[in-house]
Ligand binder design. Sequence first.
Ligand code: AMP
Ligand code: GLY
Length: 425
Amino acid sequence: MKVLILGSGGREHALAWAVSRSARVTEIVCAPGNGGIAQIARCVFANLNSLDSMLSVIEAEQPGLTIVGPELPLALGIVDALQSRGFRAFGPSREAAMLETSKGFAKRFLQRHNIPTARYAVCTSPEELEKAIEMFHPPVVVKADGLAAGKGVIICDSRATALEAARDLFSGSLLGAREQQVVIEEFLSGDEVSFLCLTDGKHVAPLLPAQDHKRIGEGDTGPNTGGMGVYTTDTLLEPGMQEWILHHIAQPTIQGMADEETPFVGVLYCGLMMTARGPQVLEFNARFGDPETQAILLRLESDLVEAMEACVDGRLSETELRWAPGASVSVIASSEGYPGRYKTGFPITGLDEASRVPGVQVFHSGTVRKEDQILTAGGRVLGVSASGEDLEEALSRAYQALGEIRFQGMYIRRDIAYRALRRPR
Ligand code: AMP
Ligand code: GLY
């Protein structure tokens, strides 16, 4: 079968790598792909902001399965458009993707279904928000309703700064577009966990839980990014916690979507805060996480494409995911200046040496191939990923591989997984 992957980041490189290991697959096409993906898949151009552009590539390629990487094509309704043309696509419909594309929708849904989440109010004007905020003790979290590429969440120390942030969201001065709705939310503290599962709209199969590091600076300081590094271990969650999250969060979400006649098929990413009163949903994503996917798929032993087909065909209960024991990590090498302004076009050296470190896969997040060179082409450039028998081994392999890699202005966080290493075991 020919598989087509939409996207251009480290997540899509890891997906292409896992797809390439499937016995079901004869050809992989990635649109638009990047310099690393081009080594294992045929890359063709598509504009992910345009349904027409994506559809014309898929019509031309006639894949047996399309895997949608990022959220934007889901928000545009790519899965609905493909299904109506008789193509099989892994990902939720536009309506089901509202769990990610509208935070107001997600919060109301969580409340309707009694799924644990922070207290909140969804407001449609600054005046409404000014009233609602009286009921929240600072710090308060202010969130844009729509997709904001990691820039839509502002944690505020006072009601006054929260009100100011909300006004900037409504006026469009913060994100460019005017928000119709703004969510204010109770501040939660605890450890964050990314809990992803595959689903056919009815059954749920959990992937390995992972912990991301969203801030640019070591010790979780500085501005938010798309994610600077992630790890998985067999002990990331307390025993029994995975079952609890499945029964109280993931399954009720999938059941609730089915009951409301917007069944969710694809991968549901539950961003959780592990608080003193148990796990609470911070956000949903309707797609694989990046870089979570790099570390998670490194440990997947069973066939990803078979599992995805089972989701699309509504028979996930017949399949079983198998995982390598141990641990995995993915450490991002980013461009100097990210998540602010940065320069691109610098040559990257040492990629072959890095790949020779045992257990290591170097996934490309933002690169291009030009003649014989790989050049930087994004804020996040590489996701240097490694598995191992335990976290220490996976980390030392990833950092050893990173030691081989050079490009101008390369930045990495040296403290990935510090919370796990500090936790008593
Ligand atoms: P989100 O895009 O909703 O995942 O938010 C981005 C980041 O903001 C999360 O990964 C958290 O670190 C932080 N965050 C979001 N909501 C809350 C909350 N209610 N309390 C504390 N931190 C939050
Ligand atoms: N790593 C966070 C995300 O994919 O949204």
